[in-house]
Design a protein around this ligand. Structure first.
Ligand code: S3P
Length: 433
């Protein structure tokens, strides 16, 4: 589907308000997949409303899973039981969602039928050798076009492996662990750096056993999972845009309630403190191993930030928001983030081009970027037209950056926000009022 609509962003002095953000996308994908493999009927509330998780549900339906959706973002998944997905009668469309495609490839590797995973133009450009290689070592056969989707997965009996990915990736780790559930023996992934651990926490919540020893994560094959009733916390990566805007704009005060606070996702909070914001965090509950709570951010000072390579895995989806932070003043420099080039867009190129189009000083590096906001007393960027390049996080980053401009700006391809955050622009309107 072409994402062509434009949004106009009117400059704003500050953001104030209390809000909730849509359910966490990473967690929702995993709960849906595990529920499909579990015995019994799982129910979730606050299921992520964006197009990415809809793609996961559509693929699962195509694999014979009965799924119903109700009010309050309720989703009921009737598990088919371990290894019991049904051979689909056509391609499985992951849309824009790398998580859907990579995690499903892991699940399908262990099912004794052939299935084809396809995606949109963006997903069809993204690298898949990182999942194909380990899944083939386990015994599946996967056809691709030069390492890109469509993937034709010939699944079957799998053997356990130890996998040491070169690049930190929660999607790769999760694909191998999900395949490992179907393998003979104990499968281990040893990561080069820690990535988000929702799969590990979700597996335990669904009754599975997961071994964690430093950067090594193991699962044994043949485990049965049991259905669960769970509420999904708000998506920290969606909240990030409001937290950053509150840190950037003097006089701002934003409270995000019921947001996921998994430590493998929340490194942005310390980054905002380093920048000079006042940040308060209250963990109110933990469900299925996932802490959640209230985050309050107030502008205080405007600083400079250097994001080091070691910090990147913990901030991978927040780096576009962090770039928007510096658009208002201060400076942000990011290194060791070449993975951004293979996300929904080449996020290094897209960010720098979009910020420059808004009149903000930004430069690309091979593995990162530098954004220099206007020095105090130097006036505001002029504003302009930024192209989201079909990437939801670009659209939201440019919207936050454009709040600090002198004149209204236009974000082309703004409806990409529907991938993770339907209603983003309506919430923005409310918070700037
Ligand atoms: C995700 C992992 C990250 C992240 C993506 C969601 C996940 O990707 O960028 O938005 O849900 O596992 P990589 O694991 O490829 O870094």
């Amino acid at each position: 589907m072409p994402l062509t609509s434009a949004a106009t962003i009117t400059p704003a002095r500050r953001l104030r308000g209390r809000l909730r953000v849509p359910g966490d996308k990473s967690i929702a994908h995993r709960y849906a997949l595990l529920a499909a493999l579990a015995d019994g009927r799982s129910s979730f509330t606050n299921f992520a409303p964006g197009a990415d998780c809809r793609s996961t549900l559509a693929c699962l339906r195509h694999l014979g899973v009965e799924i119903t959706e109700g009010p309050a973002r309720a989703v009921v998944v009737v598990g088919r039981g371990f290894g019991q997905l049904r051979s689909p009668d056509g391609p499985l469309d992951a849309g824009n969602s790398g998580t859907t495609l990579r995690l499903l490839a892991g699940v399908l590797a262990g099912h004794a039928f052939t299935s084809t995973l396809v995606g949109d133009a963006s997903l069809s450009r993204r690298p898949m050798r990182r999942v194909i290689a380990p899944l083939e070592r386990m015994g599946a056969r996967i056809e691709a076009t030069d390492g890109h989707p469509p993937l034709v997965v010939h699944g079957g009996p799998l053997r356990a492996i130890e996998h040491r990915p070169e690049t930190p990736s929660a999607q790769v780790k999760s694909a191998v662990l999900l395949a490992g559930l179907h393998a003979d023996g104990t499968t281990t992934v040893v990561e080069p750096a820690a990535t988000r651990d929702h799969t590990e926490r979700a597996l335990r919540a669904f009754g599975g056993t997961v071994g964690v020893d430093g950067l090594a994560v193991s699962v044994s094959g043949g485990q049965r999972l049991s259905a669960q009733t769970l509420t999904i916390p708000g998506d920290f990566s969606s909240a990030a845009f409001w937290l950053v805007a509150a840190a950037a704009l003097p006089g701002s005060h934003v409270i995000v309630e019921d947001v996921g606070l998994n430590p493998s996702r929340s490194a942005l909070l310390d980054v905002l403190r380093r920048f000079g914001a006042r940040v308060q965090v209250d963990v109110t509950a933990t469900e299925a191993g996932e802490p959640r709570g209230v985050v309050t951010v107030e502008h205080d000072r405007t600083g400079s930030l250097e994001i080091a390579p070691i910090e990147v895995p913990g901030l991978i989806d927040e780096l576009p928001a962090i770039a928007a932070l510096a658009a208002h003043g201060g400076e942000v420099s990011v290194r060791g983030a070449s993975e951004l080039r293979v996300k929904e867009s080449d996020r290094i190129a897209a960010l720098v081009a979009g910020l420059r189009a808004l009149g903000i000083d930004a430069d690309e590096r091979a593995d990162g970027f530098v954004v220099r906001g206007p020095a105090s007393g130097m006036g505001r960027p002029r504003g302009g037209v930024a192209d989201a390049r079909g990437d939801h996080r670009m659209a939201m980053a440019f919207a936050i950056a454009a709040l600090g401009a002198e004149t209204p700006s236009r974000i082309d391809g703004a409806d990409a926000v529907g991938i993770s955050y339907p209603g983003f622009f309506e919430t923005l309107d409310r918070l700037v009022r």
